[in-house]
Design a protein around this ligand. Sequence first.
Ligand code: AMP
Length: 463
Amino acid sequence: MIKLYNTLTRKKETFKPRKHKVVELFVCGPTTYDFAHLGHARTYLAFDIIVKYLRKKGYDLFYLQNITDIDDKIIKRAKEKKISPQKLASRFEKEYLKNMKELGINSVTRYARATDHIKEIISQIKRLKEKGFAYQIKDGIYYDIKKFKGYGKLSRRTASQTEDALSRIDQSRGKRNKGDFCLWKFSKKGEPKWKSPWGEGRPGWHIEDTAIAEKYFGWQYDMHGGARDLIFPHHEAEIAQMEALSGKSPMVKYWLHTGFLTVKGQKMAKSLGNFITVQDFIKKHSPRLLRYMMIKNHYLSPMDYNENAVLQAERELERIDEFINKIQITKSEFQNKSKILISEFKMRFTAAMENNFNTPEAMAVIFELINRGNSLMDENLLGKKDKESILKFFKEIDEFLGFIFWKKPKEKVPQNVLKLAEEREKYRKKKNWQKADEIRKEIVKLGWWLEDTKSGPKIKKLI
Ligand code: AMP
């Protein structure tokens, strides 16, 4: 039984999709005006694991993600770069998709661009106007938040409290209420535009999601996600739009929001200049490390990014790798009575996952298993059967964790390092430990690590 935390009810609830095993999930995608940073990676990795876990549990899950390829930020950045907004958005969409692939995020069923759904967007605005929820002023069509009774139910704000809200509220004179948001913006000179019954313009930010969701899922669906900054005003606006249109509630049964990736306690964001792009991180470290770092933190909690956290995660990955290597290398043909109750570890791992996808707790179970396995191996008490069942278990969970058996690109060891390693091996065989250690230190200085294994010395690149 899977339990998940629902932002709408502020409670942990038992997961029961609307149509038995069929699940429809919408996650807000990126605004493609720049490179993706680690904050984006955090949110999309969290959903990748949640989706893969649910699919492994037998749910037939449709994962829809929009791509905001028209927006004020895109227009502004394109102007600065003296290229068209379309070209800018298309370039960063490619970069985004490349990053996702590198991080092993391949669970999205369909990516849907806002500009490919203008017809659906116009249709929704038209119906909102007809129903009296939208009005036209000089610069566009706006949604009247005071007309929708349920406004504020997700973020737990009243319509008047939204007056104080600071983030991404559309500024315009002539709005009926300060919190009213734009559905259709009339275009200024030189801006991208589409024809509409009200004049040439472009969609507001919130309407693209409901238009896309309606096309693929209809008026109501199972799950919607994003990071917590989207609860207000974005997701609140989505509910207001869709429920006003359909007259049906709730638009979404479960709302899932990821905690922020922070730097010194502050959200990692482009606007704050405290970001590290996914591509820079990958160049310096590895996509596998990033994947693991996100898994070892709970998706719901804030996660602070710093060098220590990176080093700690590296060490933990090494421990996992060493354990798996050891299992595979050390010989134990004996079929002793099982010393490890693997079923118990599996049960605890699953219980953690099903308790609101508690991946840090699940990882603690894995490290406990590694500790137990290591001490049994040290005493030569871990039989063949135990080893096989541990590896099988790791392979099973890696179908959704996706970092344990990550295929590392082969690193070419430079000639001078190889030579030093050969020289050191000669001294080691002669039991000249002092000289062997000196050479190892030289190797470390060159950025490599030498490990003595039963099958001979192994050279690894220091991360
Ligand atoms: P954006 O491209 O800014 O619209 O963001 C795309 C997604 O990434 C949204 O779900 C954001 O809420 C999420 N996001 C942005 N910054 C962070 C962060 N620092 N931590 C976690 N998620 C983030």
